[in-house]
Design a protein around this ligand. Sequence first.
Ligand code: G
Ligand code: G
Ligand code: MN
Ligand code: NA
Length: 249
Amino acid sequence: LAMEQDLRQALTAGSFDIHYQPLLDLSSGEVTGCEALLRWRHPERGMVSPAEFIPVAEDTGLINEIGDWVMQTACTEAAGWPSRVRLAVNVSPIQLKSPTLALRITGALAASGLPPDRLEIEITEAVLIHDDESALAILHQLRAIGVRIALDDFGTGFSSLSYLKRFPFDKIKIDRCFVSDIEIDGSAAIVQAVVNIAAARNMTTTAEGVETVQQREMLRQLGCTQMQGYLFSAPKPAAEARRLLGARV
Ligand code: G
Ligand code: G
Ligand code: MN
Ligand code: NA
């Protein structure tokens, strides 16, 4: 309950910040995306991880206000980026329960001037587990205006390939657990299978948590579209991230 009050205050006190992590195209080596990752500077506890406070925000419904703030702030930042760089924003399953979400996202896009096809929302399979028709309807609305939809953390939790049939994703984000093991066990075969499924269904793939040159080269050989990870950059404050967008690997 203390955290709920703190979260409420954080919104008005301006204690939230967004860090941005570049996504690179594995064939061209260019930055073609950037993921917005929320940060909370707590007055007493210092930096609090979203892994800790997002669940509280979800339980209290505050995730809607926080999510709107993230969307508005990140779209405004991304409107100034080169046009090849897409903004990726995480959207919680709870946010997809709100019938006005698509309208609010449309409003954030219009206010910022960011074209809808430069926004990508990242959702986890949790959205699909409950066969929630209203969530799917919102995703279809967003897609109809040109917003891309990515399936985040693929291969963890209760992943089922049937989810890929239930909604036409634009992208699959391959969880970092498969990338960290890629040279050790059967992970390369799993990544290859996901890349093949994605290609067959007109989706692209992003490998998360890429930390070594060996991993990057392996992913490139496997035909993965994009990489994201500490090898190129950790999530950085907006001004720092902006300076990375023109870099190449
Ligand atoms: O950077 P990392 O520790 O920051 O993020 C931890 C988790 O928090 C990830 O699963 C990420 O998807 C989630 N997360 C980060 N920012 C946001 C956000 O703005 N909204 C939601 N719903 N989740 C976020
Ligand atoms: O769940 P989601 O994929 O949205 O969250 C991304 C999380 O992964 C964030 O916590 C981010 O800080 C973290 N992250 C990004 N790149 C790397 C990396 O190369 N290695 C590790 N271990 N974590 C990473
Ligand atoms: Mn994500
Ligand atoms: Na992820």
